[in-house]
Design a protein around this ligand. Sequence first.
Ligand code: FEO
Ligand code: CA
Ligand code: CA
Ligand code: CA
Length: 596
Amino acid sequence: AELLGHSSGDIRFTPVPPNKEDALRVPDGYTSAVVARWGDPVTADAPAFDFDKQSAEAQSKQFGYNCDFVTLFPMGANRGLLWVNHEYTNENLMFRGYTTGAAATEEQIKIALAAHGGSVVEIERVRGTGQWKLVTNGRRRYNRRITAQTPMRFSGPAAGSDPLKTAADPAGRTPVGMLNNCSGGSTPWGTVLTAEENIDQYFVNGDKVPAAQLPYISRYTITTGTPASNRRFDRVEERFDLAKHPNEANRFGWVVEIDPFDPDSTPVKRTALGRLKHEAANTTLARDGRVVVYMGDDSRFEYIYKFVSKNRYIPGNDRHNRNLLDEGTLYVAKFTGDSPATEIDGSGKLPSDGAFDGSGQWIPLVSGDRSYVDGMTAIEVLVYTRVAADKVGATKMDRPEDMERNPVTGGVYVALTNNTNRTAAQVDEANPRPSNKHGHVLEIVERRDDAGEKTFAWSLPLICGDPNDPATYFAGYDKTKVSPISCPDNVAFDRDGNLWIATDGNQLGSNDGMFVMPVRGKERGHLRQFLTVPLGAETCGPMVTPDQRSVFVAVQHPGELDGATPDKPASHWPDGDQPRPSVAVVWHAKGQKVGA
Ligand code: FEO
Ligand code: CA
Ligand code: CA
Ligand code: CA
């Protein structure tokens, strides 16, 4: 599966060394600036942020917490709409004296509901630079907050089905809010796809649902008790109590499509894409023009999915395109190694053919009202997708996070962040390390480089960790010249096809960061650290602008360290005061391409 090509993208910067600083560190010659912080006004009527006087009303108009996926919808060269996911909340860092959801004030719980979701903010370039700033004057006509309380609708084959019906919505068509939106993607027709991930954290009394529902509650690891860490949203909205509203959990765990250019539009949960702990939803086009969406399910031993639309994308035909994600086939991936099992011995050593690699297939699960899974209806496959994938022999992966197609090579890359639960008996060629602390990156090359195909070749170009560790692999590149990397989470590409990787949960003892690695030519495997984030933070994004003059990074949960509180913060980024999750932008001071 080696991808050959011409030289890859002029990556020349000097890597940022691993560190434990409470700072956003960028390479020499680069500058960074914060674009939007938790609490910054989004809508024109939003009040200024006041940490000690926060209210739910203010939060519903201000930038939310824990920014994750970031994408830009350009409006010319110097303006654009920035979409940002707000995945979850750290109440213990947001509120002084916070202990548990059970003890929280109702206002604090309402603030948390309003701090989830996403933001659309208009941004403009600082002329002649790679810096972007929030538009803060009166216009802001697109600016919008989506929260856990925003009215939405279901579309696709499972809309209106029994498992989606509740007392508040007996038709099963109008869910309220979105939760734990982690990564995402955008569509060729200019909308955002945002992926609901760890939706299990928000419900109580999972053990009090009807007996027939218990196996599904458990397969989605929805709590059967009420642990101290639960946010207790049920205290302000009864729907989060599954004893009373057992189907409410089925209304989360979807890919949500939002039109950033229409602030009055209703977000749509697209049921044809299945229900799982969705990490990402990146699109591409098959050779014949059908739309393909790649998706990971980020938990240990979960699966990799893709959706292929029935109909073709027609440029400019908005009415047609906006229904494309409602009809199509959902597939799950099976990976087969090409080396003898005895050579996949858990040491991390390459097998004798020189690569962890092999072939694979996309196994169909459901297509419209047709189920391909024995004993499950099409509706059941869509609502309980994990259960369906269990039945068809899909490959259990080491936490599939972001997944995206390289626009230059056509290769599809998946970040497999880690899986310390995999035992030596459970290794396979696609997940070759037991107790996989540092994760790896998977490359898929579909047949004829066509995203619409059902078979593929695959290999592992990157097996993460300290390069001095013999069980690491950097696509065969000289390991004395690469940066250490641990726990790849988000991936993105620049227009030259270089792979950008953001990490979450570095197990090498340093802060998380962002990396860039060419994937073709002589520089394939030459991984370099582009930035490091402040103490306790996870790195999200990355997003390189189409002109390659700016890279956006979401700094999620700065200061999220054991024992940290507002009275004893573990980070003071970005203002020298309480930590605030923020989106920042990095650019070359002399206007060169990022990475140069
Ligand atoms: Fe929210 Fe899988 O990261
Ligand atoms: Ca092999
Ligand atoms: Ca993630
Ligand atoms: Ca991505």
